[in-house]
Design a protein around this ligand. Sequence first.
Ligand SMILES: Cc1ncc(COP(=O)(O)O)c(C=O)c1O
Length: 444
Amino acid sequence: MSNHLREEILSLVKKYHDENFNKVLIAGESYIPPSGKVFGFEEVRNLVDASLDFWLTEGRFNEQFEKELAEFISVNFCATVNSGSSANLLAFYALTSREFGSRAIKKGDEIIEVATCFPTTLNPVLQFGCIPVLVDVEIPAYNASAKNVLSAVTDKTKAIFLAHTLGNPYEVEEIAKFCKEKGIWLIEDCCDALGAEYGGKRVGSFGDVATLSFYPAHQITCGEGGAVLTNNALLNKMVRSFRDWGRDCWCAPGNENTCGIRFNWQLGTLPRGYDHKYIYSHIGFNLKMTDLQASVGLAQMQRVGGFIKKRRENHNLLIEYLKKYEDYFIMPEATENSNPSWFGFVITIKDGAPFTRTDLIRYLENHKIGTRLLFAGNITRQPAYKDIEFIVHDKLVNADKVMNDTFWIGCYPAINEDIIKYVSKTFEEFISLSEKGIINAKAN
Ligand SMILES: Cc1ncc(COP(=O)(O)O)c(C=O)c1O
């Protein structure tokens, strides 16, 4: 490889980055997305560096990225994947492996989820043939309380699969303790919550297995990407097997004989010595991350602490500026004993307000302030799920409230105090117009 050429190419990246990517959001002028990627020349440099390697599949950047992610969350194992949805799929399917004997998840088992979930936190449960038991969330934490989750447990419950909603942790320590005592799996979907803490410990380190997403909306990005984290060596092996076609072999790409007995295995009814690379112990997928994606994620790891700090600061500022409208809005609240890694600033319109959510988000979008809903709302009401047989634990009153009246705006690191002042001013204008009866769903 000609290193001097590589150095020459890489030395131009900063200039290219500074000329092309150094855009700052300007209040009132730029559209303010609810989330987005924030990056420097280091990310572009790593990506160019990885492309010059032309290794393409998982390689040196991925190895380091997995190591740093595991260290950041304080878990033993991390396997990167191509999305957060793939991470959820693998976390769930890994638990179906017959290696877990009677603890393995089987078709027809009950799995507890919240009704306001992201679809791909629920879909693996349906795809495998388990029964989702849906619990309601609390407002303004937007998570289910430990009490409610645990009261939904029956002797058919095999796993609890919950996301830390919008980066706000649920009472994960209490749930994890219960799960351990009862032999129930706990899957922590941390896709929106990288860096959030509960009781001083990072989420993702409480359950049996945890997932992350690196889609640009998230705390760090690889474009597309995700990861599965665990402290359990066997579970890590199962995750990797399902991720890598279901194979029994665990060689990294480019390696030939990690186990040292590649041609000496006897599994199933295959002939002794059948190449271990082609022995399949699970009905698997291929969900691996490329080294190009990992190179970007690795550069983002240098910024993750700063990103999370900025999200928290922005969230605090938004509370400060928007608190005066509390007559109409329920403000977000961190779960007690937690330090969230806020994904967005979530607001619920109170009953009796003189405007609807549609009025407000239309007004905000017309004034260049991006908004999002809280995922699927009440997922049982989504068209794709109309024929699914859910077990609904108690009532989904708050899930319906979330579906009708909740939305969120951005607090991600590209947002600054000027933007927050502009957001606050826009809310003020909207409220004043609606109090005068000038705003309604047709008028703006
Ligand atoms: C809670 C939650 N889980 C899973 C996902 C899926 O992640 P991805 O978009 O990387 O597939 C998301 C997506 O934002 C999410 O919010």
